[in-house]
Design a protein around this ligand. Structure first.
Ligand code: NAI
Ligand code: HPV
Length: 574
């Protein structure tokens, strides 16, 4: 039977639903995903001050290009957990300020790129055939055919600055129109460009004199602001036309106005402006009214399809984030989300250190092969009950690759990077009845597929914000994984420390701390039942872990290796 209304808790006891502010027109398809769970306020026409005043009530903010998400907005947003950009460019969002505040910024990196590319081609043809003026004159009742003779684009050269997602789509479409395409992009792949029939040239000086049409598809960055000014425009053909569907400011608008007035170039198709909407009397406003300009009001992404795509892309992510999950395209992805920070941060730090220790101790120092190995992260005690251990997974990937790659691993790309590098990690939530000795214990087990005897173990725990390694390989003994460590595998006999101290002293290396890890009792028993030593007195081994200050070079390591009773030495920097 359905509960009667009288059994409902009074509204004051009902937990408030998270609130989302949408101060721009965003397609309802995506918003419909949010309304069952959150209060979504689609309020158009808010001023910058209004947003600062309202934002403290909201957990999410969804914008397009019109809302300036400044540091003031972000600081005022005390409950704000996510800012979603229903589009590509995030230049209207102060991303560093969001990161400082622990607010996730997400976007839709590909939802509107076809729309932007098609709009560029629309402006290309519109500028070539004077469509703006032609339409205006016909509507005014004039019939001015001879004044509106255009040029063909087929067989002409299109120059593209920025051969990314939009630029590459424009290139493909332009090839379809029979154009020759040349491009400048210091970061583009020459192979991909060649496959698309695009010729990459080294710099603007090589490109500008060649082109009949020029289009820019870079983000607006300090390095792309005023990319094309007077000097660059003067290098172009007088018959050339320029297009901007990227951002206002990549062409210097005053220079463009002068170039059109003085005939350095023939025309322009412009969708984006340095201030939107246009400020009266600004260079942008004058440009928009110029007879040689086809102007549109930032319509690049304004198709029904693109708006559905971007709305769905970002609303799915907002839903996920506000329910404690992970975004798919965070612009400022951390390895750990703010709400998990206090609970998981020490363990995240621990697991990253375990990954670094693994690569340096087992792979680099011992000449091991990582490619053949599999990894298992086993969570014990409190950690075994954590529903979301993705940050720990990401931390392990980060730690494992840190020594041989500059990949910036974060919570969003960790799985992809692991896949790219061939790292296979499984996670196990331990179900042992006995609670572990330490509450936040993690075991990293590495093994070769099909070879159970070849196991490598690192175990550690976090306690009082400090992290410790409690087991390394077959040895037990807690040490802090911090700074430069020398790990000596030796026979556990008197006199070892003296010999090692002499080698380090001779090279001016100070010992900060020393810890001995002894053979695991199980291993000792196994050694005791064995008939005599295998490769030495196995029951009598230990690890000596030295935290040192000073440069440790190969000569030092060789000196230590030659010390009596030392079986092996590894150097680890954590
Ligand atoms: N008008 C509109 O409605 C729309 C505008 N956009 C704008 O288009 C821009 C590009 O979007 P995507 O192609 O998706 O970005 P993307 O990141 O895929 O491509 C940008 C390309 O620019 C290149 N680049 C960066 N600096 C450069 C420089 N100094 N010289 C030459 N190349 C440089 C990069 O290497 C990259 O390949 C966005 O940042 C956004 O501002 C995007 C969608 C719609
Ligand atoms: O996605 C982009 O970068 C755009 O410029 C589209 O802007 P809009 O969402 O149409 O205001």
């Amino acid at each position: 039977m359905a509960p009667s209304a009288t059994h409902d808790p009074p509204s004051s006891m009902t937990p408030a639903r998270p609130r989302i502010l949408v101060p721009e027109k965003v397609s309802p398809d995506g918003l419909a995903l949010l309304t069952p769970h959150f209060d979504v306020d689609n309020r158009l026409g808010l001023s910058a001050d209004d947003i600062v005043t309202l934002i403290p009530q909201y957990h999410g903010l969804i914008v397009r290009s019109e809302t300036q998400v400044t540091a003031d907005v972000l600081q005022a947003g005390k409950k704000l957990r996510v800012v979603a950009r229903a589009g590509v460019g995030v230049d209207n969002i102060d991303v560093p300020a969001a990161t400082t505040q622990g607010i996730i910024v997400v976007n839709s990196p590909a939802g509107n790129i076809l729309a932007a590319a098609e709009h560029t081609v629309a402006l290309l043809l519109a500028t070539a055939r004077n469509l703006g003026r032609a339409d205006g004159t016909v509507k005014e009742g004039r019939w001015e055919r001879s004044k509106l003779v255009g040029v063909e684009v087929s067989s002409k050269t299109l120059g593209i600055i920025g051969l990314g997602k939009v630029g590459m789509n424009v290139a493909r479409m332009a090839k379809g129109l029979g154009m020759t395409v040349v491009a400048v992009d210091p970061y583009a792949s020459t192979d991909i460009a060649r496959q698309a029939g695009v010729q990459l040239v080294p710099g603007l000086q090589d490109l500008l004199p060649l082109v009949d049409f020029l289009t820019i598809h870079t983000p607006l960055l300090a390095t792309t602001l005023d990319l094309i000014g007077e000097e660059e425009l003067k290098k172009m053909k007088k018959t050339a036309r320029v297009l901007n569907v990227a951002r206002g400011g990549v062409y210097n608008e005053a220079a463009l106005l002068k170039g059109l007035d003085e005939g350095w170039i023939a025309g322009a198709g412009i969708d984006v402006w340095s201030s939107e909407p246009l400020q009266p009397d600004s260079a942008a406003a004058k440009l928009s009214k110029h007879p040689k300009v086809v102007a549109t009001p930032h319509l690049g992404a304004s198709t029904i399809e693109a708006q559905e795509n971007v709305s769905m892309d970002v609303c799915k992510q907002v839903l996920e984030i506000l329910r404690g999950g992970l975004p798919t395209s965070a612009v400022n992805a951390p390895i750990i989300l703010p709400e998990e920070y206090r609970k998981l941060q020490p363990s995240v730090q621990l697991v990253e250190k375990m990954g670094r220790l693994y690569t340096q101790h087992f792979v680099r120092s011992k000449g091991g092969m990582m490619g053949r190995r599999r990894f298992e992260l086993i969570y014990h005690g409190d950690l075994a009950g954590m529903p979301n251990t993705k940050p720990l997974f990401a931390a392990l990937v980060k730690g494992l690759v840190a020594s041989f790659s500059d990949s910036h691993v974060n919570i969003v790309n960790a799985t992809l990077i692991a896949k790219e590098k061939g790292i296979v990690i499984s996670e196990t939530h331990s179900r042992e009845a006995q609670p572990p000795t330490f509450a936040n214990l993690v075991t990293l087990r590495s093994y070769e597929a099909g070879n159970s005897g070849n196991e490598q173990i690192i175990e550690g725990y976090a306690s009082d914000e400090q992290v410790y390694i409690s087991k390394l390989d077959r040895f037990n003994g807690a040490f802090t994984p911090e700074g430069t460590l020398i790990i000596l595998h030796n026979y556990d006999e008197p006199g070892k420390i003296g010999g090692v101290g002499m080698v380090l002293g001779a090279h001016g290396i100070n010992i900060k701390f020393m810890q001995v890890a002894s053979l695991d009792p199980q291993q000792q028993q196994m050694a005791a039942v064995q008939d005599g030593p295998l490769d030495g007195p196995r029951g009598n081994e230990a690890l000596m872990i030295l935290g040192v200050l000073g440069p440790v070079d190969n000569e030092v390591l060789e000196g230590l290796r030659n010390s009596e009773g030392v079986l092996d030495v590894s150097l680890v920097k954590l």
